[in-house]
Each structure stands twice: as C-alpha cells, then as structure tokens.
Write a protein that binds this ligand. Sequence first.
Ligand SMILES: C[S@@+](CC[C@H](N)C(=O)[O-])C[C@H]1O[C@@H](n2cnc3c(N)ncnc32)[C@H](O)[C@@H]1O
Length: 216
Amino acid sequence: MDEVRERMLEMVSKAESSEQPLSWFEDLYRYSKRDREQIPWDWKEPHPLLVEWSNDNEASGRALVVGSGLGEDASFLWKRGWSVTAFDISEEAVEWARHLHQDTDIDWVAGDLLNPEKGWTGKFDLVLEVHILQAIPEEIRKRASPNLAPLLARGGSLICIGRLADESSTEASGPPWPLTWDFLNQIGKELEEVEKYSAFIPEKEGKRYRAVWKKA
Ligand SMILES: C[S@@+](CC[C@H](N)C(=O)[O-])C[C@H]1O[C@@H](n2cnc3c(N)ncnc32)[C@H](O)[C@@H]1O
C-alpha cells in the first residue's frame, strides 16, 4: 500500500472512533499543505464520465457540485456555461479550490450533505455527486443520499458517478466502498431514470458507474 493511502487510512480509523467520523477529510486536506500529490482522489482534471455526459447533453443553468474537493468538476461545468455552486464538508478543500479556480465566479461553500442549506431545495438544474457517497461509511451514506433529489428544480438532472461494486466481490474494507445498483436505485426512486451506465476506465483500473435521473 502506498504511503499516501496508508496515512489516509490512519486518519479514517482515528475519525471512526471519534464523534465525528467524517472529520478525516479536513485532517487530510490540512495535512497535505496544498500539495495535490497528497490527495489520493485528486485526478487534476474533470471526471471523464462527466465530460462525456456534457459532450452528449447541451445544457446549462444552475449547477450544484456536492463534495466538490479540489473543484475540477465544478470548474469544468462553469467553463461549459453553468452557473455553479460547489460545496464540501472540508473548509480547507473549499478554500483551496477557490484559490485553484480563481478565474471563475463559482460560489464555493463549506457545507454538509447531511444538512444542506435550506434555500437550496428545488433550486438546481443539475446536481452532481462524484466519488463522495462511496467515500463515506454506509450508515452515513444512507442518511446523506436521500438529500440529493430534493435539491433539483423541475426538469433538473441528478448525476452520480463512482465506483461500481463487482457482484462477485466481497470487498468490504474502504474507503472507497464501491456501490451497488440496488443502493444507487434508491437515490433516484422518486425521479425519472435517464441512464444507468458503467464503463471500465483503464487509467484508473476500475469499473465506474454514471447514474442520471431527471425530476419531472
Ligand atoms: C473522495 S473525495 C472526492 C472529491 C471530488 N468530488 C473529486 O471527485 O475529486 C470526497 C469528497 O467529499 C467530501 N465530503 C465527504 N463527506 C461530505 C459531506 N457529508 N458533505 C459534503 N462533502 C463531503 C470530502 O471532503 C471530499 O472532498
């Protein structure tokens, strides 16, 4: 296991035994001292499954990027003409992303998907979640995921992207915890299903899903 992952797992384990199991995200961002090599999930570019979706779907409006990390997906959407709000539970990630993408007018906010801002309900034409649900423990994931759909405006799209669980796999040790279609179907159960897609991403050696729903 590489050093960066080993350090991350130590932080995860410490946080799990505290009263704030998600606090390790802030710990890790702060520990990195703004060296992107220390952030194991940083692809330094927008997710290819988001780029592909955007190429196939000419759309714009108000977008909300959930768990925006270092902001590559938010910045990509902004460059494609979306008006973007991006939030993350880590204040350091938010400040770092603001600094990295200062050529944009993205609204960067520190916030928790477990308790999204009340004023966001029904406001967004696009809600995007990339690699967050798979990074949080199941018990928290089950409470957080129902908060995505209510953020959509009428006609808006919800996109979730992440690692797809291999049905034959018994992998239990995360993060990340690859997700099953059974779990993902719950997220959009009150929305219209547009797409359930999966692809092998060679450079990331893994199967990723893209699930898209629309609010009628
Ligand atoms: C694996 S990282 C992915 C970051 C980014 N989406 C990407 O793809 O590079 C998960 C991100 O979700 C954030 N996060 C975790 N739990 C969250 C929550 N409850 N609300 C908002 N953000 C959260 C973390 O701070 C972290 O930046």
